[in-house]
Design a protein around this ligand. Structure first.
Ligand SMILES: Cc1ncc(COP(=O)(O)O)c(C=O)c1O
Length: 394
């Protein structure tokens, strides 16, 4: 009997995490510069780190905290949601990052067998969260090939059609992996369609502060909308695992069901992580924007590096930390192209197939400082030039 027979079909049939595949690929290689992982190069605010250094010996740091999050952090978050995101009717739950927030929501809002909607290129972990919880009827809409905005006309047909009404629609704004920003009237239309159909709309705002060229982030609030946020990128807190959910207070039973899920996964987000998050909030959005504005140069360097792919091949990057690029038509296997770029040219990117869009690559411009981005960009340019002119010569 194969050992797979003993494992849950739910898990076995879930995609393998692309980051794990990438780590395997890169593990055997020397001197590869990564434009793959969605990370930022900075650490949390220094003052905040110094403050948590002092509390490691406090007994409360080692105990469980409230499932919903530390009261003082939740209070600060409600104030932040009100002031910055204009969310006035939402309640907040602190989670062990935005990924866990998403799993919480899928388990709270969807039953196995429900249909859900996302748009390709999609955020791979969201797709996996559906798969591993038995929500396998995942309807994947397209995005416009130029703007990378979701095809809302298609969504309208799905939501008003004769098929099962999707339980939940999800978008990331600004997007991972596209870096595209959904304009407010478009998200409002998506929201109206969801409300009329009785579907939930879950918006992942992980990159709320990562906006460029004068564009401003916004959130929508309604009884069918749930917003997700993260401390990971904004405050350089990836390893501290803190995110949060802003959910509609007015929906009966929402909190009670969400709490059951939370109590069975992390119980509470790590206390020291929450304390750091509280102190990071004191540094505030200006601290983040100071860092984010330096990413514009990284983006420029990488856009230039991808010029061998042709003028229209590179898209996105309006927000978040990602560019999205089409590989030459001759490149039928994007994972092979990514492996070749890493082994021959020493630069790593993510294959689009991991996001439901084969034939593309995702390039992150947040993980390296400018000097290193410059080096990685030179490698990428050389690799893509060779790919276009000679193919994957070993
Ligand atoms: C859109 C999106 N959501 C969630 C996450 C995960 O964030 P966290 O570290 O808060 O779990 C990421 C990280 O790359 C992301 O890009």
């Amino acid at each position: 009997m194969s050992s797979f027979a003993k494992l849950a079909k739910r898990a076995v049939e879930t995609e393998a995490p692309v980051m794990v595949k990438m780590q395997k690929l890169l593990g055997g290689l020397k001197d590869v510069m990564s434009l793959a992982q969605g990370i930022v190069y900075w650490q949390p605010p220094e003052e905040a780190l110094n403050k948590v250094k002092e509390i490691v010996w406090e007994p409360s740091t080692s105990k469980y905290g409230s499932d919903d999050g530390l009261p003082e952090l939740r209070e600060a978050l409600l104030e932040k949601l009100h002031r910055e995101n204009k969310l006035t009717k939402s309640s907040v739950m602190v989670t062990a990052g935005a990924n866990q927030a998403f799993v919480n929501l899928v388990l709270t809002l969807c039953d196995a067998g429900d249909s859900v909607v996302m748009f390709a290129p999609y955020y791979f972990n969201a797709y996996m969260s559906f798969q591993m919880t038995g929500v396998t009827d995942i309807l994947v809409g397209a995005c416009n090939s130029t703007t990378l905005h979701p095809d809302v006309d298609w969504l309208e047909k799905v939501l008003k059609g004769n098929g099962p009404i999707p339980k939940l629609v999800t978008v990331v704004n600004p997007g991972n992996p596209s870096g595209a920003f959904i304009p407010k009237p478009m998200l409002q239309r998506i929201s109206d369609l969801c409300r009329n159909a009785g579907s939930w709309l879950v918006v992942d705002n992980t990159y709320e502060y990562f906006m460029y060229d004068g564009m401003e982030h916004y959130c929508l609030e309604d009884a069918h909308i749930v917003n997700i946020f993260s401390f990971s990128k904004a405050y350089g807190m990836m390893g501290w695992r803190v995110g949060y959910i802003a959910y509609p207070s007015e929906v009966n039973g929402f909190h009670a069901q969400l709490l059951k899920v939370q109590d069975n996964i992390p119980i509470c987000a790590s206390i020291i992580g929450q304390r750091l998050a509280l102190h990071a909030l004191e540094a505030g959005p200006e601290w983040i924007r100071e860092r984010v504005k330096d990413l514009v140069k990284n983006r420029e360097l990488l856009v230039e590096a991808m010029s061998p792919l042709g003028e229209d091949a590179v898209r996105g990057g309006e927000g978040a930390i990602y560019l999205w690029a089409k590989l030459p038509d001759t490149c039928s296997d994007d994972f092979e192209a990514v492996s070749w770029l890493a082994s021959k040219h020493g630069v790593a990117v993510i294959p689009g197939s991991a996001c439901g869009s084969p034939g593309f690559i995702r390039i992150s411009f947040g993980g390296l400082k400018e000097a290193d981005t410059r080096l990685a960009a030179e490698r990428l340019r050389r690799g893509l030039q060779e790919l276009v002119t000679d193919g994957m010569v070993q």
